[in-house]
Design a protein around this ligand. Sequence first.
Ligand code: DLL
Length: 440
Amino acid sequence: MKKSPPATFHPVSTPDFLPRERLEELQLQRLKAIVRRAYDHVELFRKRMNERDLEPGDIRSLADVAKLPFTVKTDLRDTYPFGLFASPMKDIVRLHASTGTTGKPIVVAYTREDIGVWENVMMRSFAACGLHAGDVIQNAYGYGLFTGGLGAHYGAEALGATVIPISGGNTQRQLMVMKDFGATAICCTPSYFLHLVEQAPELGIRLKDLPLRAGVFGAEPWTESMRRRIEAESGIKAYDIYGLSEIIGPGVAMECRCQSGPHIFEDWFYPEIINSETGKLCADGEEGELVLTTLGKQAMPMIRYRTRDITALASEPCECGRTLRRIKRIGRRSDDMFIIRGVNVYPSQIETALLKVEGTLPHYQIILTRDQGLDEVEVQVEVTRDVFGDTIGAVDQVRHNLCKSIESLTGLRVNVRLVQPQTIPRSEGKAKRVVDQRKM
Ligand code: DLL
């Protein structure tokens, strides 16, 4: 039997409902302090401020944020490992790192106070989607240098929930534990949850019969169509949580029960949207690159960090009553895009196109190749056993529908290869959607 979530307001969520004026006062007070801290302790930031003839005292209003220099990922790489720290090592209680796909990892640091902020935003994240003390949260984000595991862990404990610190992987054990321990919520990447959904019947488990009612899914782009598939197949509510190591880890933004885009915890993270090319600010509602400033991070303040995540800010009120602005679901990163025969394509567009077609499974991979100087795309997608068992004509029809669906969404003609269920490699963490064989 699914437990129904309580309708009561959770006291930890109070900051989510601050009047905007009060929130902005708090932001400004924190902004001034963090700019001062970065200026006093981070050489790179001080240098950039001096180049602009700026001092911390020049920041007098929130609009003045726009005067500050940006920080980019290569700044973290160039100063590897500890060059952007604003605290001495004796005050740093935790390090995490993000490996990325190329080169050196980036290292991030936390003081005890920073861990407190992280715990607070994660606790508010869980509360936002209706979780509370008494819930049993299976935490299948990886524990280790990745921020997902420990970030969710501390927040769930602080909420008073029971945490199962199972980490990622070992799918059979995940399912056994989920059933035997009566997990009511799960935290993992949406792609890994789909893998759990697919494996459950093999262990004779029907997810719809378990007490599991919520999934806190993030760390990778996923689409609204993917959410619908997840919810239909598992009977749970799927919530989108956003975050990145450079800013804190998970808990920068989280969806409430209205599921209409993650609310940014603006009391700790100051968001801006910019045009990636010009660096100019975009208005609310306009799509661009998300830029975040940490308002409280002591060990490693991030000023105007360019996330490369593409989204838009929504300032319309949410039915939940939170005053925190929301971001549009992050479907793409500016560096995710691939250009094929002059057409810009994002993996999330392909995902949306695929999931529109009946008979497909939500497992796919995009293979990029180059043949005699010409770029080619092959989309491999799993289809149900029924499709495979059907006549050749019916299989061709599904393939044709997929090609059309992709072409109408992206403007690109691609080759589609239908594959048997469970042939595309599954990931325990972030799914690898694009395999670029052009440079291999
Ligand atoms: O993925 C932190 C995290 C852990 C978030 C668990 C949510 C849940 P990184 O490994 O540094 O940190 O990767 C950050 O992942 O810039 C986005 O491109 C992407 N990302 C994270 N959450 C979402 C999401 C963690 N909900 C990068 N939707 C970010 C889309 C997401 N992309």
